[in-house]
Write a protein that binds this ligand. Structure first.
Ligand SMILES: [Zn+2]
Length: 91
């Protein structure tokens, strides 16, 4: 199980090395962006995320040719409230 740290904030996201995750909104639903260690970004739209941050099923980087494939656990998931202020996570 790979532990994925949470992004330090929107101003850091672009330059943060992966793996890292951040919350986002997709059609009003809470979703997650993941950045792999090679810097590719994908979304967890069809995954279940347990209360403790464990992601099911495993995560595969969407970038062709990238071999990143892990069982992921999102650090600080429980503390990241779905009600995080809007705008803070905006694109
Ligand atoms: Zn990748």
């Amino acid at each position: 199980m790979d532990r994925i740290p949470k992004s330090r904030g929107p101003e850091f996201w672009e330059n943060e090395p992966g793996p890292v995750w951040r919350g986002c909104q997709m059609d009003g639903r809470r979703a997650v962006h993941l950045k792999c260690p090679s810097g590719h970004i994908g979304g967890l739209y069809n995954h279940a995320i347990l209360k403790d941050g464990e992601v099911r099923p495993s995560v595969v980087c969407p970038e062709p040719g990238c071999t990143w494939h892990v069982w992921a656990k999102l650090e600080d998931w429980a503390a990241a409230s779905p009600a995080e202020p809007k705008g803070q996570e905006a694109e």
